[in-house]
Each structure stands twice: as structure tokens, then as C-alpha cells.
Design a protein around this ligand. Sequence first.
Ligand code: GZL
Length: 323
Amino acid sequence: MLTRRVVLMATAALAVGLSAAYAQGLPPLEKKDTYKVGFAQTESNNPWRIAQTESMKAEAEKLGYQLVYTDAAGSAAKQVADVNSMIAQGVDIIFLAPREEKPLIPAVMAAKKAGIPVILLDRNVDQSLAKAGEDYVTFIGSDFIDEGKRIAEFLMKEKPEGAKIIQLEGTTGSSPANDRKKGFDDTIASNPAFQVVASQSGDFARDKGRQVAEALLQAHPDADVIYAHNDEMAMGAIAALEAAGKTPGKDVMVLSIDGGKEAVQAVVDGKIAAVVECNPRFGPKAFETMQRYVNGETIEPWVKNIDAFYDKSNAAEEVANAY
Ligand code: GZL
């Protein structure tokens, strides 16, 4: 029975929740039995993105929420249009994996203006143009600078004599590409024996990564390390090395980020020296964060994912758990 006291307490709790959201200048998300949730995916061009999408769909289904899913097929402009269409459909909240840091800002602001909270997944927006806690609720994702730093530290320990490095960058303008490069470059800058002889985007894609690796290996035959910003490009680089008659892991050290099953197995096989994990299974944490927001909690500006590290010391025992 709803006594007057219970009603008053519930109203007060709701008021606190709303005031917490408003205090952050964010659109509130009221308590409801179910929700219509938007997930604006950037593309489905590799196993990482597919795993992320599957995780989000599985969690929405488990909760019984309606999921409005869009795939921008690698176009930031389409992703903006996708978010605008979700706004028009009146979703309750939008999960967005912004393809690049700047072009998605208008979409984030349009959602805020429409009174729809946004949670950023896996990739961030330019922090000088939009702020967590004011323009969107939070960013859930890895520390990409630390991922690049951990790869560099591993390399400098394994090859104290130095190295000539080919860097295969992720999607131009994306926060993982920008920050994995920054973390790596800033760390090796402390020792001039480590030189990046070439750094070019392979767009996080296997075939583009192979093509870029082929061209850069021909231009820099003395390169003895390839640092790929993700597994897909690392596997492409391995194909390029083998096509050139070189042995990955012997003639050239290959380093990667993501930690998918194929790359961790390549560590077991000695073709990749180390992989920093970047787990794509966002579903549970995404919807848990949403529930915290519904409950009126003030969400921290960055809900940080913790990344594992795989090398020959642990890859064999860990490969079964990789995505
Ligand atoms: C990282 C994610 C990156 C992966 C790539 O959070 O945005 O995008 O590292 C994927 O594999 O394409």
C-alpha cells in the first residue's frame, strides 16, 4: 500500500535524482519499467566492433529494453544523421561510439538540446568542445594513452639496444588513434635509440593495414618493429611480412592492441610479441552506468575500463578468455 510517507520519500528521491542531473546541466532519465535505447555504432568492419555490438544487443535484450541500433558504416556524417534520427524517434538515452573526436560534437549537442542524455562508449569526443557531466553523461572506455605507453615500455625493455619502428595508426581523427600514438611516441621520446621511421593510418582495418605495412616495409627495409594500433592491422602486417619472406617475431617484432583471440593466439605462436587488451564487451557496464544515472547518482566523467596485457608469459593460459 502506498502510504503518504512512501509517496513523499519517493518524490524526494526523484527530486534528488533530477536535481543531481540538472546540477550537472544534463537531461535527466526518469525511472521507468522499460526504455527505448539508441546505440549509434561507428562501423562493423572488424571483430572488435562486431563484439561490441553483440554485447550491447545482448544486454538490452536481457533487460527487455527496446534497442534502436544504427551502423554508420565508417562515415562520421552518417553517424551524425543516425543520432539525429534517434532523437526524432524519441529514444530515452543514446549510447554513442563517436567515429572521430570532432564531427560528432553537433550530434551530442543536439541530443542534449532535445533532452536526451548521451553516454559515450569506447571512443571519446574532443574535450575542448564538449564536456562530460555537462554535454554528455560520461565516457566509458580504456585509457588509450596508457595502452600506447605500455606497448612502448614493453618494447624498450625487450630491445634495450633500440629499434626502427613502423607505426600503423588507427582511424584518422579517432581518440584511440590519437592517444595510442601519443602514449607510444611520448614514451619512446626518452631514448633516441628508438625511432619511428614511418607512421601511417591503416584505418583499423586488416587489408588496409597489410597494404600500408607492405609499402612502408619496402620504403624502410631496416625497420625491425611494427606497432599496430589494433589487432586487425597487426594481422595484416604479419601477412605483409610473410609475403616479403620475413619471419614475424624473428626478423620484425609485431606489437598490437585489442587482445582478440586471433592476436593472442599469434602471441602463443610467437608472431606477435605483446598485445594490450581493449575489451569490446561494453554491454554490462554501459547499462549499469545508465541505471546508476537513473538512480540519481552523479556519474564520474570517465568510467575507465581496465586493460589486461598479453605476452609469451601468459598468452597460452589467457587465449580462451579473449573475445
Ligand atoms: C577502441 C576502438 C577501436 C579498436 C579497433 O576502443 O574504438 O576501434 O581498437 C576498433 O579495433 O576498430
